[in-house]
Design a binder for this molecule. Structure first.
Ligand SMILES: [Zn+2]
Length: 216
């Protein structure tokens, strides 16, 4: 197997990153996974999902416990009255920080690429996180490390239901994934993430194995 096929997948335990991990493995990549634990409540469930997925894939899962950059900045931006207008900027900072940490890990442990499960729906919601952004991250990382680390985003132009069609063909156990943004023990069924999850299952006519608080 070529060393150029060794990839570190950023696995959140959600639909996209789980599909990405399965897909890359199917493509012949030698993969390991990296999970960022920011210490939030639902992260424990997400973390459990990431562990379960990694176990099913029989791959190593590396867990990084770290404050989210935007959480560290929250008090500052709130005190400046910038809370709502700064949301996209904070997300930008979080993704950049995550990519830099992942690329550093990838370089130290001799991976040739990192991979993120960003889909077209994510780009529509946050237009900054587009292909130009990720290619810029790739250039920045390579400039900084002095060695080419590719940043793979193969689902960037696919909407969530298209990504899940790939996953359905791969037989992914989506019941072991987590999407909800609410801090409760099962999917709330009402938040933006849950609604997108429900819609994706509906669109590809795949039975939704998720247990929701609200099925409406
Ligand atoms: Zn939810």
């Amino acid at each position: 197997m070529s060393i150029h096929k060794k990839c570190l997948v950023l696995l959140s335990g959600g639909l996209d990153s789980t599909t990405l991990a399965y897909w890359l493995k199917k493509q012949g990549y030698v993969i390991e996974a990296l999970y960022f634990d920011y210490g939030q409540g639902q992260m424990n469930i997400e973390r459990g999902c990431a562990i379960a997925i990694a176990k099913q894939l029989d791959i190593s899962l590396h867990i990084v416990e770290t404050p989210r950059p935007s959480d560290s900045l929250r008090n500052l931006t709130s005190s400046q009255g910038l809370h709502s207008s700064m949301d996209d900027v904070k997300l930008f900072g979080d993704v950049v920080g995550m990519c830099i940490m992942a690329a550093t890990f990838a370089f130290v442990y001799r991976f040739d690429s990192i991979a993120l499960g960003v889909d077209a729906d994510n780009v529509r919601a946050h237009p900054t996180l587009n292909n130009i952004f990720f290619r810029s991250i790739e250039k920045l990382v390579s400039l900084w490390i002095g060695n080419k680390i590719r940043v793979l985003t193969p689902f960037l132009e696919k909407d969530k239901s298209s990504v899940m069609r790939i996953g359905a063909r791969l037989g992914i156990p989506y019941g072991d994934t987590w999407s909800c943004g609410a801090n409760i023990e099962k999917h709330c069924g009402k938040c933006v993430e849950c609604l997108a999850r429900k819609e994706a299952f509906k669109q590809i006519q795949l039975p939704d194995p998720t247990e929701y608080e609200c099925y409406g």
